[in-house]
Design a protein around this ligand. Structure first.
Ligand code: SF4
Length: 823
């Protein structure tokens, strides 16, 4: 049962290839064994008792069920669980390699520490937890006594709605700081788009398993988009059985021949950043040919036809906008996709029985564009794929209990009145709740950092933010940085104090609704092994810190432990009166059940439910019958809004303060009046001399390399192709035509220069690259971690010239102008 290097790699490849995901190079299994001979931490478990412990992976927001095999206390293998609804049996390569994130001491902090060397050098001295709390609580108390609690800020990378995230937000509020920000993610785009069109902040719920036509706008279905275990399982279902009788067609809209694109039934290649225009071109064809769902449009939508307000003003509707501005001819010019393809794609989508258009850019860690999302969601509405099997569902939220109302003291009350540094929620950014790029700019553009003490939870913004190194500069200016990371990542290396979290295999935690899943699911992970080192669950750390700061803050945290706080929220699940805590693979969660409160509970008391959740790692309600339309959309019109009244109101409110022209400009809108309230195409701001930077750089993500805040298990570096990383050089994929134009050859070393920086890479000639685009893989280029990750390749984020997405203010990371210069 020894986990060898050879069978690890084979398992990763087998697991991936077995669900037809990635044709990773078999030859690597040969040299992997040789290559890894000297890794000191490869486990050689002693003879002992075998056990299998069930838990849930939260290395990404996908929340896969995992089974961890142990020999005595030593974990030796991670597999996907067949008795978990998200990922029946499947698991991604990062999840398979999770043991390396547990046992590789060189990646981890072994206890609380304070900085001993220069910032960024990663030199720390161990201290006790008592000393760590004293240092941090003392600093926070001093800021509060000075009446400047807003100078405490937090970056929280825990997924939205998780209990630890709710506690961190609560701590910030109790201390009196409005400066709580999150790294951007696709979830932000979904939340804002759904709020504007459907009136709800409920998670995105795509009924993929029941769809017969999946039109994917940029989603890396095989690269880790959504809940990857679930999506890969759905992909397996779509391809099960006789290929000639396959029910579901998959169309990938993407400029690069990704794995998803190359395995889809059809691959469509609009210019980067023009997906929204393509979606509107399809809408044009569907409307013009009368193939739209008139029942949905008439009964359940607002803003499709022209309309007149109560004040008697005439307004343009979505139909007119699309018919006038997005004909196949017009859209072909914008996107580069030919008219015939636009027409045939529109017809195929409209003719399918249960089509769904899904939106995303890469994995969850990359936010999208708001109007692009709205264009794609408008397509779903047009064909009636909202609240319909196989389309977009609108399930009830997870019935978690709220924590008791927080009462703040006078100091906190004053601090909370001060403006947020990121301007989220202001008239300029009315619908955003966090804009980390603005937060970074506020620090970098001030002579003295407005943030005195920065707390960083489950995030590595130094590495992951598409901001050309902006966050790194901000970190240098902030007087005191505290990291709660279990890992020695780039941001943690810049910290003055480390209060290390446990890894996901050592602690209890929750996963609130894995992204994109179509039914409410609450996952609960548990400690698979005792903490190896002197680390602490960040949930417990937050509670203890609140007490150390003082009674007026600590009284808002009445729980002894994090587990108690989890239970307090889970009480709502019990009170809701229906839900399952175990999974029968013969009754898939995506098959429709009767509506109402869901299945009869399997438990009679809260304790019984909690015990079931700990053992099964889940509480969920399978998909219920289509919901009643009554009250489904919580928008101002009570309907699905092709034309958002919230946007109209926000523009009007802002225009009452400053001129309308200035308001629109500040909101980043080129469109005016009704157009600004609907899905439309706006060319991303250029702001740079394109003749000096004639190409465009596009980062891309891979399933077999972590590109977020979690390090990649080092073994995964041996699943990387030699034309993606060779020794310490990563590659830029460019089309041979681009290479010919700039006289470049395969393997040649070049500098990719943008207006904000440069990286040196080798050239990979790739027919699947769109001419004029330089594709750089995300996940390489660490300056932290161990010898297997540090200095391997480059990080494209370092040269991203981040613009701002219209209205949302999220970073635009797909529009960086670059040039290639031979080195
Ligand atoms: S997809 Fe995400 S949750 Fe699932 S195994 Fe991989 S990292 Fe873990």
């Amino acid at each position: 049962m020894k986990l060898t290097r050879r069978n690890f790699i084979a398992a990763v490849i087998g697991g991936v290839a077995g669900i037809q995901v990635t044709p990773l190079p078999w030859k690597l299994t040969d040299d992997a064994a040789i290559w890894t001979q000297n890794w000191p931490w490869v486990p050689v478990p002693p003879t002992g008792e075998f056990t299998d412990v069930s838990s849930v992976c939260n290395l990404c927001p996908g929340g896969c069920g995992i089974s961890v095999r142990k020999v005595d206390d030593r974990a030796i293998k991670i597999e996907g669980r067949t008795d978990y609804p998200v990922n029946p049996g499947g698991i991604c390569p990062v999840g398979m390699g999770g043991l390396q994130l547990l046992y590789d001491e060189s990646l981890r902090f072994t206890g609380p520490m304070k900085r001993a060397g220069l910032r960024g050098a990663g030199e720390f001295t161990e201290i006790s937890w008592g000393e760590a709390f004293d240092i941090l609580a003392g600093r926070i108390s001093t800021l509060r006594k000075k009446g400047t609690p807003e100078a405490i800020a937090a970056v929280d990378g825990n997924p939205e709605g998780t209990t630890v995230s709710v506690l961190i937000k609560r701590l910030m509020k109790a201390m009196g700081s409005p400066n709580y920000v999150r790294p951007p993610s696709l979830t932000d785009t979904y939340r804002m788009g759904n709020l504007l069109m459907q009136g709800t902040l409920a998670p995105m719920a795509y009924d993929l398993e029941n769809s017969d036509y999946v039109l994917s706008f940029g989603c890396g279905l095989l690269e880790g988009w959504g809940a990857p275990g679930r999506v890969m399982n759905a992909w397996g279902m779509w391809h099960d059985g006789n290929p000639a009788k396959r029910k579901t067609r998959i169309v990938q809209v993407e400029s690069r021949a990704s794995n998803t694109a190359s395995k889809a039934d059809m691959w469509v290649t609009p210019r980067p950043g023009t997906d929204g225009a393509l979606a509107l071109g399809l809408a044009h064809v569907i409307i013009k040919s009368g193939q739209y769902d008139s029942r949905f449009v008439v009964d359940h939508s607002f803003g499709f036809d022209d309309w007149r307000s109560l004040e008697g003003t005439n307004h343009t509707g979505f139909k007119r906008l699309v018919l006038e501005k997005y004909s196949p001819e017009q859209v072909a010019k914008i996107t580069g996709v030919n008219q015939k393809t636009i027409v045939s794609l529109a017809k195929a989508f409209a003719n399918a029985k249960a089509p769904v258009a899904v939106y995303g850019k890469g994995k969850d860690s990359l936010n999208g564009s708001l109007y692009e999302f709205m264009a794609v969601q408008s397509l779903n509405a047009l064909v009636g794929s909202i609240n319909r099997s196989g389309g977009v569902l609108l399930p009830d939220p997870i019935p978690l209990s709220d924590f008791p109302l927080l009462e703040v003291d006078a100091i906190a009350g004053e601090g909370l009145k001060r403006p947020r540094l990121d301007q989220a929620g202001t008239m300029r950014y009315p619908f955003a709740d966090s804009l980390i790029n603005n937060f970074t700019d506020a620090i970098n553009n001030s002579p003295k950092s407005p943030v005195d003490t920065l707390l960083v939870f489950s995030a590595n913004p130094f590495f992951t933010l598409p901001d050309g190194g902006g966050f790194e500069n901000a970190l240098e200016k902030i007087p005191f940085v505290v990291s709660f990371s279990p890992y020695r990542d780039e941001t943690a290396n810049m910290a003055d104090l480390i209060l290390p979290d446990c890894t996901y295999l050592e602690k209890i935690d929750d996963i609130v609704w894995p992204i994109g899943v179509q039914y409410p699911l609450y996952g609960l992970s548990k400690p698979v092994v005792e903490p190896l080192y002197n680390t602490k669950n960040s949930g417990d750390t937050v509670i203890e810190l609140s007490r150390a700061i003082g009674e007026s803050v600590g009284s808002g945290f009445p729980w002894e432990t994090f587990e108690e706080a989890l239970q307090a929220r889970a009480k709502g699940l019990f009170d809701a009166g229906g839900g399952l805590v175990s999974y029968d693979p013969d009754a898939p969660a995506w098959q429709r059940q009767t509506a109402g409160n869901g299945p009869k509970p399997e438990y009679k008391s809260f304790d019984e439910m909690w015990e079931g959740m700990q053992s099964g790692g889940m509480w969920y309600r399978p998909v219920s019958s289509p919901k009643s339309w009554k009250g489904l959309f919580n928008t101002p019109s009570g309907k699905f809004e092709f034309s958002s009244k919230l946007i109209a109101q926000a523009i009007e409110d802002y225009s009452n303060k400053i001129s309308k022209k200035a308001a629109l400009k500040n909101m980043g809108l080129a469109a005016i009046d009704d157009e600004a309230c609907m899905a439309h195409y706006e060319a991303p701001e250029a702001g740079v001399d394109r003749s000096a930077y004639p190409l465009r750089m596009l980062p891309y993500e891979m399933i077999n390399l972590a590109s977020g805040w979690i390090p990649s298990p080092p073994f995964l570096y041996k699943t990387i192709f030699e034309n993606q990383l060779l020794k310490d050089k990563s590659f830029a994929a460019i089309n041979p035509k681009t290479a010919a134009k700039y006289h470049l050859k395969e393997g040649e070393l070049v500098a990719v220069k943008s207006p904000v920086g440069e990286v040196k890479v080798r050239i990979n000639l790739f027919e699947g690259a769109m001419p004029g685009i330089v594709y750089l893989p995300l996940g390489f280029g660490h300056s932290a971690y161990d010898e297997f990750m540090k200095g391997k390749g480059v990080n494209p984020n370092n040269i991203v010239q981040a613009g701002q997405d219209a209205l949302s203010g999220y970073p635009v990371w797909w529009n960086t102008p670059v040039k290639l210069v031979k080195v």
